[in-house]
Design a protein around this ligand. Structure first.
Ligand code: PMT
Length: 399
């Protein structure tokens, strides 16, 4: 995702420094080459050695170090960077950057770079609310710096309020977003993800193995590419991607009502959810007790949401998924045509690394004009990116 990108991670002094160690791990795992610059105060919280070991690069601390200058030089760091991340960014660091002060290696490098800068503030909530700080933040925002909102919660200083560093995963997603070309700007995408649950009684339900990973990957990638994303999600353990509006649902009926409720405001609908085809005719008000040797459950059909969407799609782009255990192409082609889709993503769930509850998938894209594209085993994030490139073409053509 960040393959080949040079990222400078500027660390200033705050208790949240320990969380940035995890951020560094995520960045390197994502393929980035990370150079860390630490301020003097940051080194009071975590030693440079930790960042050096995890980044595989020397940590830069000193503006006038002959060794560091010879090895790389602060201007060279600023020039080669694709992205600067300042995390945690203290009120002091932000104030200096806003006022053009360059009195140490980090502030000098930030001032010298033409790369985008992502600032991740973390501080006491009173400092965060201070009008002087807010003015500095606004000035930087107005001048093209990317600034994340701190999280509200209990702070290290004992206060409750806004000022906590966001989770490393959220900072990572924001970094990917800053570096991703916004080729879906203006596109409103509704994605469904995860399973539905059809209740039998207060303690039991009918469902399936969908984890939501495929749909959440699509939602995250679409948001990073500039789309306005609404995610209608069944029960999952996943974190809602930053910048995505999530509408949690439980049953197929709830999913249907959210999808149709937000249809007008969508240009594209991508249905990655595994929706239960049937639900119990009635939900027992109390827990069903064990008695007879056999128990028959009466089921009735759920509305096929995608089929209904196909009936009224107008100039919207409609993408479906087909999870099949046999005759993959025949079943997927049948759904593509019957549900009036522009594209269907077929996954053969009998193959290892494909389908439910794994991080990877093996899919084929079937287009309404008969084209078929077969993809190799890849991460669901990569599948999402490839799918969205097709969605973009379809959306542009219908606009
Ligand atoms: O969530 P993960 O663990 O990451 O797994 C991903 C996935 C396997 C769930 C995903 O890749 C996938 O294939 N989703 C579709 C699952 C499926 O079984 O689809 P289907 O063949 O039952 O339905 C075809 C299409 O119609 C789907 O787009 C489905 O969302 C839609 N549908 C189905 C039934 C129904 N009542 N309403 C619908 O809208």
């Amino acid at each position: 995702m960040l393959q080949g990108k040079n990222i400078v991670l500027g660390v200033s002094g705050g208790i949240a420094v320990y969380k940035v160690v995890e951020l560094l791990r995520l960045l390197t795992k994502g393929g980035a080459n990370v150079h860390v610059i630490m301020t003097k105060n940051a080194q009071e919280f975590v030693t440079p050695l930790t960042f050096q070991a995890l980044s595989g690069n020397p940590v830069h601390t000193d503006l006038f170090s002959l060794y560091q200058e010879q090895e790389i030089g602060h201007i060279s760091l600023a020039d080669r960077a694709d992205l600067f991340i300042l995390a945690p960014a203290t009120a002091n660091l932000i104030g200096k950057v806003a006022h053009g002060l360059a009195d140490d290696l980090l502030t000098t490098s930030v001032m010298a770079t033409k790369a985008p800068v992502l600032i991740v503030p973390a501080m006491n909530s009173n400092m965060y609310e201070n009008p002087i700080y807010q003015k500095n933040q606004k000035f930087l925002h107005d001048n093209g710096y990317h600034i994340m909102e701190p999280v509200t919660g209990s702070l290290a200083c004992g206060w409750e309020g806004q000022g906590k560093l966001p989770a490393p995963e959220a900072i990572f997603a924001a970094a990917v977003s800053v570096l991703t070309p916004k080729d879906l700007l203006g596109c409103r995408i509704l994605v469904t993800a995860g399973p539905t649950r059809e209740e039998i009684d207060p303690v039991r339900y009918i469902s399936n193995y969908s984890s939501g990973k495929m749909g959440f990957a699509i939602a995250a990638a679409a948001q990073q590419r500039g789309a306005q994303v609404t995610l209608v999600a069944g029960p999952t353990n996943l974190t809602v991607p930053v910048g995505v509006r999530c509408l949690p649902i439980f049953s197929a009926a709830e999913m249907s009502s959210q999808v149709f409720g937000h249809l007008e405001e969508s240009d594209v609908v991508i249905k990655a959810a595994a929706v239960a085809d049937y639900r119990p005719v009635s939900r027992a008000p109390q827990k069903v007790k064990k008695s007879a040797e056999q128990l028959t459950l009466d089921l009735e059909k759920n509305t096929d949401i995608l089929y209904s969407l196909g009936q009224k799609k107008g100039n919207k782009v409609l993408v479906g998924f087909a999870a099949e255990s046999e005759r993959l192409m025949a079943h997927a082609a049948d759904k593509l045509q019957k549900k009036n889709l522009d594209l269907i993503v077929a996954n053969d769930i009998t193959r290892e690394g494909a389908g439910f509850d794994v991080d990877t998938n093996i899919v084929r894209f079937l287009h309404s004009d008969g084209r078929v594209e077969e993809l190799e085993l890849m991460s669901k994030v990569q599948v999402a990116q490839q799918l969205l490139s097709h969605v973009r073409v379809l959306w542009k053509a219908k606009k």
